[in-house]
Design a protein. Structure first.
Length: 63
């Protein structure tokens, strides 16, 4: 238990550095989650578009 108290004391003595490291870790974790979700959505759409035909956008009238 004393090692946990010692680690906590060290982290609290360098509060600014601890905050910056914690913020960077959470930002990177959020970026990884966002990239993973975007990848899943795009893969899911591309798999479904192959079966159904996807979205068609008409930029000019068909003749």
């Amino acid at each position: 238990m004393s090692s946990a108290a010692q680690t906590t004391a060290q982290l609290s003595s360098r509060l600014g550095v601890t905050f910056v490291i914690f913020a960077l870790v959470l930002t990177l974790a959020g970026a990884v989650v966002l990239a993973g979700a975007a990848l899943l959505v795009t893969v899911g759409y591309n798999l479904m578009a192959g079966l159904v035909g996807g979205i068609e956008v008409d930029l000019r009238e068909r003749r």
